[in-house]
Design a protein around this ligand. Structure first.
Ligand SMILES: *Cc1c(COP(=O)(O)O)cnc(C)c1O
Length: 498
């Protein structure tokens, strides 16, 4: 299996190269040159396996330059009960007739990004070794909350790596801040910036391309790499849980082998829903892929009209991990749908960079409509939905998941489609407790995170995740903040280079 760049179809690399590089030097994303197949017999076979073995089975189809031993080393280290609170890794819970919540938040940071970031550090270190890169991998992350913590937990104490995370001092929730400032591990550093998320991101980009820093890294046997969601090593683990969930529905006699299942995904960067699309292309019997956005509904408009236009107001919402106006992974979908037409991709994404806008061809518009349904939900309906679900089904979900549930209800109303449906539940309600309590217990008033956590526990009966409970007594290791202009010096000092 080879990987091509979406902006240069002639470029061809193996998965170890694609993963350790992250992004192609032409600015394109790496995509598998063909989609491996998955038969119903294989799905049936997988239904008897553990999550970790199901993952290994799928990875063998995509990471063909990895040995079986290497793949098992990665899956064993990621998908175990030390890292996840449940043996199934991803749990399925029944919401109402034929509708299932795929709970992807039982990992160490209580959000679905753990599903990929728990394994990425192993993919990266194994890839570097295969390529005979004898350097320590340094990961820099700019975060608005979820990604930074998930990356820290993934990389902490992984041999041959070091990680630094930058977050906006006043731009993350108090629980997210506590999660990061108390981070354990001998190879981690966390740094608050007096600025916003864009300042953090621009700072990181500058450091990545700073010639002086590059030279110092080189002479100290260090190299930068990236953990963000355009890395193929973050996408392929997401394909697994859709296949795994389907296999579980079969073995639990919820569906017969071969039955179609719809999937609903609360979407930001288009990574999670693209993984469902890959699973479907492989042969997993999925029906409609339902793309749910918050009021930053650039994807809803794109799927419905074929015009991508980021020239619009940006809103900070109660589902902040979906507050995105540029959905990077869409590039991979459009590359596939255009028949690997790199010149079209260059044209569209050039226009996006220049004018913030592009329009795809009629042929592609039709293909998108066939596979996807799109809708959105504002903060008011998000709150309403959390309340309704709680009252009707005694199920408490977070704000991102509520967006998905609401868009699914709209889909059912619009189409009458009663196909069984998996809704991707992307965060634990404990992670967004203030918004969740506003919906299900509007009279509750407290700013204290742990009072909120206890209240959600009382109402939801969901166990408090151990990782969040433990934070209460963990000492703060990283305090204070720096100016955005001091980021480069901070990196040089932390790495002890120069
Ligand atoms: C990152 C994130 C999303 C969006 O996922 P994409 O793959 O970027 O579409 C949704 N919900 C939560 C809780 C997230 O952290």
């Amino acid at each position: 299996m080879f990987y091509r760049s979406t902006r240069n179809s002639n470029l061809k690399v193996e998965s170890a190269q694609a993963i350790s590089q992250g992004i192609s030097e032409d600015g394109g994303l790496f995509v598998p040159e063909s989609i491996p197949s998955l038969t119903l017999d294989e799905i049936k076979y997988m239904s008897d396996l553990s999550y970790s073995c199901r993952a290994a089975y799928i990875f063998k189809k995509y990471l063909t330059d990895f040995t079986d031993v290497e793949i098992q080393y990665c899956t064993d280290n990621a998908y175990n009960t030390k890292n996840f609170e449940t043996e199934n890794i991803a749990e399925i819970s029944h919401l109402f007739d034929g509708t299932y919540m795929l709970e992807l938040w039982h990992g160490p940071t209580c959000a679905f990004k753990d599903m990929a970031l728990q394994i990425l550090p192993y993919f990266l270190t194994v890839s570097a070794k295969k390529l005979n890169i004898d350097k320590k991998i340094v990961i820099l992350v700019a975060t608005s909350g979820d990604t930074g913590k998930a990356a820290l937990e993934g990389f902490k104490d992984v041999e041959g790596t070091q990680i630094m995370v930058f977050y906006p001092e006043c731009g993350v929730s108090s629980m997210q801040k506590r999660q990061m400032t108390t981070q354990e591990g001998s190879n981690v550093a966390v740094c608050a910036i007096n600025g916003n998320f864009d300042d953090c991101q621009n700072g990181v980009k500058q450091i990545f391309t700073d010639e002086n820093v590059k030279n110092s890294l080189e002479s100290n046997k260090l190299m930068f790499s990236s953990a963000n969601s355009i890395n193929w090593g973050r996408l392929v683990p997401q394909v697994v849980y859709y296949i795994s969930a389907y296999a579980s529905l079969v073995s639990d006699n919820q569906i017969a082998l071969g039955d179609k299942v719809n999937v609903v995904v609360p979407t930001g960067n288009f990574g999670n829903i693209l993984a469902a699309y890959y699973a479907k292309q492989m042969g997993l019997p999925l029906g409609k892929l339902i793309c749910a956005s918050n009021i930053n509904n650039v994807l809803t408009d794109f799927i419905n009209t074929g015009v991508y236009d980021r020239n619009r107001k940006f809103y900070a919402t109660s589902s902040p991990s979906m507050d995105i106006l540029i959905s990077s992974n869409l590039e991979r979908l459009l590359y596939m749908l255009s028949g690997n037409d790199d010149s079209k991709i260059k044209e569209w994404f050039g226009a996006l960079a220049k004018d913030g806008k592009y329009e795809v061809t009629d042929d592609i518009k039709a293909k998108i409509k066939e596979e996807f349904f799109a809708g959105y939900c504002d903060d008011e309906s998000t709150k309403e939905t959390i309340k309704n679900i709680y009252e009707k089904y005694s199920y408490v979900c977070d704000t991102h998941t509520a967006v998905a549930v609401k868009v699914y209800e709209d889909y059912r109303k619009a189409t009458g489609d009663k196909t069984r449906t998996l809704i991707a539940s992307t965060a634990s309600p404990y992670k967004f407790s203030a918004s969740v309590l506003e919906a299900i217990s509007p009279d509750f008033k407290s700013e204290d995170e742990y009072a909120m956590v206890d209240k959600i526990n009382e109402l939801s009966k969901i166990d408090i995740p151990q990782s969040l409970a433990d934070l209460k007594n963990k000492p703060v290791r990283f305090s204070g903040s720096i100016e955005k202009t001091e980021m480069t010096d901070y990196v040089i000092k932390t790495l002890d280079i120069k």
